[in-house]
Write a protein that binds this ligand. Structure first.
Ligand SMILES: C[S@@+](CC[C@H](N)C(=O)[O-])C[C@H]1O[C@@H](n2cnc3c(N)ncnc32)[C@H](O)[C@@H]1O
Ligand code: SF4
Length: 582
């Protein structure tokens, strides 16, 4: 049971993890750390242990906290919005007088987006946009007459530190296996049109002081349960101290015998830097990373597309210099599918450049219009003739735990939602672009179809060496696959199934309610991939017979090395956890 001081109000803050991995509630901790500097707040509010568990509703200690709370605040992200809504509604039935506060990147700034967001959530008392520390503290002291309050960025000397304040000490001492996020600076000086990072933190980089960062690292690594540190900076390696921090983590890892500690990064300095090469080598040499992959974020390699999204990528010379210094590592990339300016040709060109740069794996995400990005602007949409639709993903399917069972992947389209459209808060909502000046549904389907080919045959390794060492370029190889589908009924079926999913999801219309696990997985879990690899495995003889028409020296041994109990790795291997983002 939680102890209550009768004169004080209890505040419960929630930063719920996605259901893939549990993270300490860092954002909530920052709000508390900042707010507690204020005497009035300290004297009038009692902060309960912030919550992070995605399945908190099934824990009795959480339900106890919910009953005790007078103020309930949420950090809202795409992945936790619908579960937050669910908990907030429950809270209001338990405590109708209780206050509900929403902040985080999913709370929109634009007026039309705000109207819709507020209308769908009548239980919320106040919404915070932008950085939340000052606005949250101010709300606790003075309340608010406005429904939406916009926050400003903190100066370096004001940045909070929940770890050194001891906010998580109790919980870190108890958990056996937990990931923690730290910042060494805040903000991103770039403003890519699709990204809410530059948008929300409004650009200027504010740095924590070096001694504090090192102290934070030592403090965190003194807890045996901490098994992963992620550095949240948008441009890690931009400062020379960034190398020192990694060295410090390595030293503490050795001192504390944390052999299995993982170190991951949210993003590396966009323009490359010798620091980045050093950091990558240090990380690859000292942490247990069996993949030895360096991840480079491109989004696109087409000049027109990059101009449209207001992004400048690292030059290929600099990329070469940065990556050439990294020993024995494979390079993987990050791309976005469906950016304005993209066509089938420009998209294939991007992958031709991948082959030239010897990139061994590409991740590509379908484009979402995220709240608080340039892409939400009416003018931006008009300029690029962008048309969007709302996609509603049912919460019951998002949180449905299917074990890594082959048959469930194959039959997942039969698993249906039980929700009705009446209650919109039971759905997670996304905005997708289905048309821009450079593509309509027909062209977009072609773009995705090429992605199908590259992902299925190159990324997974099934035909990687054949594709790479072919005397035909990707364009020719892809088109000969398409032209030969008439002779390959098994491949044709898989390909058409994939195209059907694309055409269903991207059909020009204002909204779509996803109602089965197959479509949900394609969008949400598998990032524009279907079940094709699993099906190819299941019918490998059939596949082999057909694909030999195009690649006579196809290596069938590829399949025999995967034992049945490792089958699920086939799908996981195409979505392994991020390591380096450049
Ligand atoms: C956390 S972001 C890191 C971005 C990184 N700082 C950079 O400059 O590219 C990770 C990846 O998510 C993808 N991503 C970000 N915003 C997206 C959006 N609106 N739609 C689809 N994918 C997106 C991008 O591929 C991006 O590289
Ligand atoms: S994509 Fe990366 S570089 Fe661009 S604004 Fe976002 S965080 Fe900054």
């Amino acid at each position: 049971m939680v102890e209550i001081n009768n004169f004080m109000k209890n505040v419960l803050l929630m930063t719920l993890s996605s259901n893939r991995q549990e993270w300490i509630a860092y954002a909530a901790g920052c709000l508390i750390s900042y707010a507690k500097r204020d005497t009035y707040v300290r004297e009038n509010y009692n902060f309960l242990q912030p919550e992070w568990r995605s399945d908190c509703l099934s824990h009795s200690d959480f339900l106890d906290k919910l009953v005790e709370a007078d103020v309930l605040g949420f950090s809202c992200y795409i992945w936790n919005q619908s579960i937050n809504d669910d908990i907030a509604k429950k809270f209001k039935t338990i405590n109708p007088e209780g206050i509900v506060l929403y902040g985080g990147p999913n709370v929109p700034e634009g007026e039309s987006y705000q109207k819709e967001y507020e209308k769908e959530r009548p239980w919320v008392d106040c919404f915070f946009t932008g950085p939340g520390e000052k606005t949250f503290t101010n709300y606790l002291k003075n309340g608010s007459t406005q429904k939406f309050v916009h926050g400003t960025q903190l100066e370096s000397h004001e940045l909070p530190n929940p770890y050194l304040d001891g906010i998580f000490d109790d919980v870190l001492s108890q958990i056996k296996n937990v990931s923690v996020a730290i910042e060494t600076n805040r903000g991103c000086p770039y403003g890519c049109a699709f990204c809410d990072w530059g948008g929300q933190s409004q650009s200027k980089i504010k740095r924590f002081d070096v001694a504090t960062v090192k102290q934070t690292i030592s403090h965190l690594l003194s807890f045996p349960g901490v098994n992963r540190i992620e550095i949240l900076d948008a441009n890690y390696g931009i400062f020379k101290e960034d190398v020192e921090y990694v060295e410090h983590i390595i030293e503490e890892k050795k001192n504390k015998n944390k052999d299995n500690l993982l170190l991951t990064y949210a993003g590396f300095a966009k323009n490359g830097s010798p620091n980045v090469t050093k950091i990558m080598n240090l990380t690859l040499d000292n942490f247990n990373d069996k993949y030895r992959q360096v991840k480079v974020s491109f989004q696109s390699l087409d000049e027109t597309v990059l101009k449209n999204i207001e992004r400048k990528n690292i030059s290929s010379t600099k990329l070469h210099d940065t990556v050439a210094g990294v020993k024995n590592a494979e390079i993987s990339s990050e791309l976005i599918i469906g950016l304005p300016g993209e066509t089938l040709n420009s998209f294939i060109e991007t992958f031709e450049k991948h082959i030239d740069m010897n990139i061994s794996f590409a991740r590509a995400y379908p484009l979402y219009v995220l709240p608080n990005t340039l892409m939400t602007n009416k003018e931006y949409k008009e300029k690029h003739k962008i048309k969007t639709k709302k996609i509603y993903l049912p919460t019951d399917l998002i949180y449905k735990k299917i074990d890594n069972n082959y048959n469930e992947y194959i039959t997942s389209d039969k698993i249906k939602t039980k929700l009705s459209k009446v209650n919109l808060s039971e759905f997670t909502k996304f905005e997708l672009i289905y048309e821009s000046y450079s593509f309509n549904l027909k062209e977009l389907t072609k773009i995705f179809s090429f992605w199908y080919w590259f992902n299925t045959f190159y990324n997974t390794g099934i035909l990687k060496s054949q594709i790479k060492n072919n005397n035909k370029d990707l364009n020719e190889q892809y088109h000969s696959f398409i032209d030969n589908l008439k002779n390959m009924p098994f491949n044709k079926k898989l390909f058409l199934e994939y195209q059907n999913i694309v055409q269903h999801i991207y059909k020009p219309e204002d909204e779509i309610f996803i109602d089965n696990l197959k479509h949900l997985h394609w969008l949400h879990k598998n990032n524009a991939r279907g079940n094709e690899v699993m099906k190819i495995y299941k019918y490998k003889e059939l596949f082999e017979e057909e694909i030999k028409l195009l690649y006579p020296n196809f290596d069938t041994n590829h399949f025999s090395i995967i034992p049945d109990n490792k089958l699920h790795l086939l799908t996981e291997s195409v979505s392994t956890v991020d390591n380096f983002v450049l």
